[in-house]
Design a protein around this ligand. Structure first.
Ligand code: DX5
Ligand code: ZN
Length: 224
């Protein structure tokens, strides 16, 4: 388990001021910028495309953590890589050939992530552990910010932590374990103690406006 990194989800930012919002969370101590891409088909909401990612790129040098909730996903992987994504995460249900998609992401020089919906079993990882740089556990059903953490996902986080530790032991490999959905000051320590090392937080980061971002992010890291 690596030191905790905080990834504010800009889904909860002011969409009329996205550049300023990204600069503000960067200055407030965000580690990654989490960008939720939704297609109104794989999930019941529509957000942003590669043009917006490209427009945001000059506003922060932090890791752009792009979470694709789109199906079919393969057609858009290259566009998001070119737009400036650093990590590209896909859902196995969003394409017939997850292994190929992960290889495509890596072939573009990007880190490859796989996202597990609340009902997706850990066994989906069985034959792709060598092909991922990040595993994202959805602790809410994807589509919207502001939902509550689904408690059953704690066991899943623990199980995945064990798998990551087993395959990385004695090697220099790093696989991030990211948890996304319903993370606030109360649930952050729960996710961390279950094994998470990257926490996505939309509502909990952006509540209270720009003056509150630094405190909000600090609170998610837990007591110093
Ligand atoms: C949900 C997205 C999340 C969401 C998290 O589909 O993947 O990243 O923005 O929002 P909060 O932190 O408000 O639960
Ligand atoms: Zn997300």
């Amino acid at each position: 388990q690596q030191p905790v990194r905080i990834a504010p989800s800009i889904l909860s930012a002011d969409f009329a001021n996205l550049g300023a919002e990204v600069r503000a969370v960067d200055a407030a101590g965000a580690d990654y910028i989490h960008i939720d891409v939704m297609d109104g088909h794989f999930v019941p909401n529509l957000t942003i495309g590669p043009m917006v990612v490209q427009a945001l790129r000059p506003h922060s040098a932090k890791v752009f953590d792009v979470h694709l909730m789109i199906s079919p996903v393969d057609n858009f992987v290259t566009a998001f890589a070119k737009a400036g994504a650093d990590i590209i995460t896909v859902h196995p249900e969003a394409g017939a050939h997850t292994h190929r998609t992960l290889q495509l992401i890596r072939s573009l020089g990007k880190k490859a992530g796989v996202a597990l919906n609340p009902a997706t079993p850990v066994s989906v990882l069985d034959y792709i552990m060598d092909d991922v740089d990040m595993i994202l556990v959805m602790s809410v059903n994807p589509g919207f910010g502001g939902q509550s953490f689904i408690n059953s996902q704690k066991d899943k986080i623990r199980a995945i932590r064990q798998r990551i530790d087993a395959v990385t032991a004695g090697t220099s490999r790093v696989i991030d374990l990211e948890v996304d959905g319903g993370i606030n000051a109360e649930m952050a320590p729960v996710a961390i103690s279950a094994g998470a090392d990257v926490l996505v937080a939309g509502t909990a980061t952006f509540q209270g406006g720009p003056e509150a971002y630094a405190d909000n992010i600090r609170r998610l890291r837990g007591p110093l």
